[in-house]
Design a binder for this molecule. Structure first.
Ligand code: FAD
Ligand code: NAP
Ligand SMILES: C/C(=C\Cc1cc(O)c2ccccc2c1O)CCC[C@H](C)CCC[C@H](C)CCCC(C)C
Length: 399
C-alpha cells in the first residue's frame, strides 16, 4: 500500500522557521517517507535582525543581511510561499493565506515572531517609528535623509527604551550623524541594559558617553506629538521638542496567534512542552518569540534570535522523530552569551568566559554572526565581500 506524502507546514521564515526548514531538509528521510516541506512568509526575504542597524550606517547592504528565501532554499526541496497567514484552523488542520489558498498540514510549525507594540502611549502609533523589520529600517532611513536636508541646526532624536535595540541604535546613529544630531535615550528603569552582564553594560555606558548620547533614566514616556515628546520624571511632566522618535520597547504576538485556541501566557505567547509542542496538539510545534517555553531544565527561554536558532534544531529533529516513530528530545537551551554593536567600529561581547570590546569585539561579533548566517553559500558570499570590500575601498581612496 502506498502512503500519502505528509506535509510539514512552517509559518514564518525567521530564526525559528527558516532554520527549522533548512535543518529538516538535511535530515535522513527514507525515500518513501520524505515529506513535503512548505515555508510561508509575508516577506520575500529572511532578515538577520542582529545586523539591521548596519543598514543605517551603510556598513552592510540589504542582500547581506536579508537574502531572498528563493536563494536560500534553492536545492533544498523546501517550497516557499510568499503570503500573509490570516487564519489557522487547528481542528481541520488547515492554514488560510490572505488572498491565497488554504493549505492542509500534517505537522505545523508556528514561528511568526513578534511585533513592536506602538499602542503603549498616546501618539506613538502616529508619530513614533518602530525598528524591527527591513521596511522599518528603510522608513527610518527616509526620515533621516529628509531631516538631514532641513535647515535645522541639530536633528533631535529620542529613542525610547535603553534595552539592546535602543542602545545599539543610539550608538550607530551617533556615529552616522555626528555633530548633526542630538540623541536622547529614554529608559523607564534605573539603568540601561538591565539584563546584561556587567561588562557589556559598563562598556555600553562608556560608548554612549563618548558619543554624547543623553540618557534619561527612571523616565516614562507620557505621550508623543508631531514634534514633541512628553516625559514623566519624578512625577513631573516635561514636554520637549523632537524631530524623530524611535520606539524600541516591547514585543507582542500577531493577532492571528492571539486568536488561537491554545493556552497562552499574559503576553499571549503560546505555552509549549519542553519538546516544543503545543499543549494537547502534538502535531503543532511553536518556537521563537511567539512561544512561552521552559526547557528540560525548567529554564524560561528568552525571546531572542539565539534561542530561536537553537530551538530550530530541536523542532526539526522532533518533527522527524514524530514521523519516524522515534522518541522526541526535550529542548536544552545554552546561553552562549551576548554581543552588542556600539558604533561603527566598536562592539562588546561576553560569552563562553570571553569578554571583548573595541575593535576585537567588533571583529568577533562579525565573525560570530557570519557563522550563524543561513546556508554555507550565503556565508561564503558575505564573508568574501567582507574581506574584499575594505581592500577595494582602500585602493579607490588612494587613486
Ligand atoms: C533590531 C533587532 C536586533 C536584534 N538583535 C538580536 C541579537 O543580536 N541577538 C538575539 O539573540 N536576538 C536579537 N533580536 C531578537 C530576534 O530578532 C528575535 O528574538 C528573533 O528574530 C525571533 O525569531 P522568530 O523566528 O520567533 O521571529 P522572526 O525572526 O521575527 O521571524 C518571524 C517571521 O514571520 C514572518 N511573519 C510574521 N507574521 C506573519 C504573517 N502573518 N504571515 C506570514 N509571515 C509572517 C515575518 O516576516 C518573519 O520573517 C533582535 C531584534 C531586533 C528587532
Ligand atoms: N544584541 C542583542 O543581543 C539584542 C539586540 C536587540 C534585541 N535583542 C533581544 O530582542 C528582545 C527585544 O529587545 P529590545 O531591546 O528590542 O526591547 P526590550 O527588551 O523590550 O527593551 C526595551 C527597554 O525599554 C525599557 N522600557 C519598558 N517600558 C518602557 C517605557 N514605557 N518607556 C521607556 N522605557 C521602557 C525596558 O525596561 P525593563 O527592562 O525594565 O522593562 C528595556 O530596558 C530581547 O529579548 C532582547 O534580548 C537582543
Ligand atoms: C555570544 C555568542 C553567541 C551567542 C549568540 C548571540 C546572538 O546574538 C545570536 C544571534 C543569532 C543567532 C545566534 C546567536 C548567538 O548564538 C558568541 C560567542 C563567541 C565566543 C565568545 C568566541 C568568539 C570567537 C570569535 C568568533 C573569533 C574571534 C577572533 C578575533 C580575531 C577576535
Amino acid at each position: 500500500m502506498t502512503q500519502q506524502t505528509q506535509r510539514i507546514l512552517i509559518l514564518g521564515g525567521g530564526f525559528g522557521g527558516l532554520y527549522t526548514a533548512l535543518r529538516l531538509s538535511q535530515l535522513p528521510w527514507e525515500s518513501q517517507q520524505k515529506p513535503e516541506i512548505v515555508l510561508v512568509d509575508q516577506s520575500d526575504r529572511f532578515l538577520f535582525s542582529p545586523l539591521l542597524y548596519e543598514l543605517l550606517t551603510g556598513e552592510l547592504q540589504t542582500w547581506e543581511i536579508a537574502p531572498p528565501f528563493a536563494e536560500l532554499l534553492q536545492g533544498t526541496g523546501v517550497r516557499f510561499y510568499q503570503a500573509v497567514v490570516s487564519g489557522i484552523d487547528t481542528d481541520q488542520q488547515r492554514v488560510q493565506l490572505q488572498d491565497g489558498p488554504e493549505i492542509p498540514y500534517d505537522r505545523l510549525v508556528l514561528a511568526l515572531g513578534g511585533e513592536t507594540p506602538l499602542d503603549m502611549v498616546p501618539g506613538a502609533t502616529s508619530y513614533a517609528l518602530p525598528f524591527r523589520t527591513i521596511n522599518d529600517a528603510y522608513r527610518l532611513e527616509q526620515r533621516l535623509q529628509i531631516l538631514a536636508e532641513s535647515e535645522a541646526d541639530k536633528i533631535r532624536i529620542a529613542i525610547v527604551g535603553a534595552g539592546y535595540s535602543g542602545v545599539e541604535l543610539a550608538c550607530k546613529l551617533a556615529d552616522r550623524l555626528g555633530e548633526k544630531a542630538r540623541l536622547r535615550l529614554i529608559e523607564i528603569s534605573d539603568q540601561i541594559l538591565r539584563t546584561s552582564p556587567e561588562f557589556n553594560r559598563e562598556t555600553a555606558k562608556k560608548a554612549l558617553e563618548a558619543r554624547g548620547v543623553f540618557i534619561d533614566l527612571e523616565t516614562k514616556v507620557e505621550s508623543i506629538g508631531a514634534d514633541t515628546i512628553s516625559l514623566e520624571y519624578k512625577n513631573q511632566i516635561d514636554t520637549i521638542p523632537v524631530d524623530l522618535v524611535i520606539w524600541t520597547v516591547g514585543t507582542q504576538v500577531a493577532p492571528v496567534v492571539k486568536n488561537l485556541p491554545f493556552k497562552q501566557n499574559q503576553r499571549h505567547q503560546i505555552t509549549t512542552t519542553p519538546t516544543l509542542q503545543v499543549l494537547d496538539h502534538p502535531e503543532i510545534f511553536a518556537l521563537g518569540d511567539l512561544a512561552d517555553c521552559r526547557d528540560a531544565e525548567d529554564q524560561q527561554i528568552p525571546a531572542t534570535a539565539q534561542a530561536a536558532f537553537q530551538q530550530a534544531d530541536y523542532t526539526a529533529w522532533n518533527i522527524w522523530a514524530s514521523l519516524s516513530d522515534c522518541p522526541l528530545l526535550p529542548f536544552r537551551y545554552q546561553k552562549l552569551g551576548e554581543m552588542l554593536a556600539l558604533g561603527t567600529d566598536n562592539a562588546t561581547l561576553t560569552g563562553l568566559g570571553v569578554k571583548l570590546d573595541g575593535s576585537l569585539g567588533y571583529v568577533a561579533r562579525r565573525l560570530a554572526y557570519l557563522y550563524r548566517m543561513p546556508t554555507l553559500e550565503h556565508q561564503l558570499k558575505v564573508g568574501f565581500n567582507w574581506l574584499v570590500r575594505p581592500i577595494i575601498e582602500t585602493i579607490s581612496q588612494s587613486i
